[in-house]
Design a protein around this ligand. Sequence first.
Ligand code: TXD
Length: 316
Amino acid sequence: MKLRSTFTAVIGAGQVGATTAQRILEQGVSDVMLFDIVEGMPQGKALDLMEAAPIEGHGQRILGTNRYEDIQGAEIVVVTAGLPRKPGMTREDLLALNAKIIKDVCQNVKKYAPNSKLIIVTNPLDIMTYLASRETGFPENRCFGMAGVLDTARMRYFIAERLDCVPKDVQAVVLGGHGDLMVPVSSQTKVKNRPIRDLITSEELAAIEQRTRDGGAEIVKLLKTGSAFYAPSSSVCEMVKAVLRDEKKVLPVCAYLKGEYGLRDIYFGVTAELGKNGVEKIIELPLEPNEKKALEMSAQKVKQGIAEVSSLATAQ
Ligand code: TXD
C-alpha cells in the first residue's frame, strides 16, 4: 500500500504523535506517514490504526517508518519528537535535551521535505519553534508551533465546566509563550457573545486563568508518567485541517513576529490566519494595558530561552 499524494508526516510516534495520526485519519483530513526512531513501533501503531479503518469507516491510509526518506512529498510535517515533562519538571528543563532532537529532525526535514509546512509541538514550544526555523531556514509562514489552540481549549473547558454549558459555546484566547506566563485574554472571553466578566466574579475568573496556566502541570501530576495528549492532538489536527483545507481560520499560533505587539525576532503565541501557505496573516488584537504588560513579561521569558538555545548552538 502507498500513501496518496497529499499526506501529513508525523515525526515522533509517541502519545501526541500517534493520537494526532489517529485524529487526522479518523476525521478524514489526509493520509499519514508516521515516523519514529524506535524500530517497529510506528509500523505497529500504523497497522493497528489501519485495522480500525473498517470499523471507523474512513478511507485514509497510514504507514509507519524509521526512514526519513519516506517523508518525501509531505504537505505538512508535524514534529512531536522529544521527551515529555515528568512531575516537577518545567518545560525549560527539557530545553537542552529536546534541542538536540529538534536539530536532528530539522536537518532531515530540510533534506527530504524542503517545501513542507512545519508544525512544531515539542516543548519548550516557542523556543523549539524558533530553533526549527533557524535549522531549516524555512520562510516564517511555513514554520510555526502549536500551543495556543491547546491553552485556549483548556480555558474554554474550565469556563464551560463552571457555567455548565457546552465548551464549544465559549470563545476565549490565550496568547504569549507556552509556559507559566501565558496570557489568557479575559477582555476577549465570551460565552455566546456575552462577556465573561458579566457572568462570573473576577475572583472566579482569576482562578480559571491560573488553572489554565497550570493546565499542563495538572495533567502531568495526575498521569505521573507523561504529559497530556488527547487535547494536544485535537489542537494539532485543527491546525493541520486549517492548512490542508485552506480554511483561513484564525487560531492562536506560535508564529514569528516582526513588530506586532512591539515584538521582533521571536516566536510567540498570537492569533493568525492559517491557510494553504501556513501562517498567512497575523491578527493583532486590541489588548488592555495589563494584558499588554503580561504579554511583554511572557515575551521576556521566551527571549531568555531563545538566548539559551542560541548559546547551546554556538557551544556545540
Ligand atoms: O502544547 C504543546 N505544544 C504540547 C507539547 C502539548 C503536549 C506535549 N508537548 C510536548 O510534545 C512534550 O513536552 C514533548 O516534548 C512532545 C511529545 O510528547 P509525547 O507525550 O508524545 O511524548 P512521547 O510519548 O514520549 O513521544 C515522543 C516520541 C517517542 O516515541 C520517541 O521515540 C520519539 O519521540 N523520539 C524521536 N523521534 C524522532 N527522532 C528523534 N531523535 C527522537 N527522539 C525521541
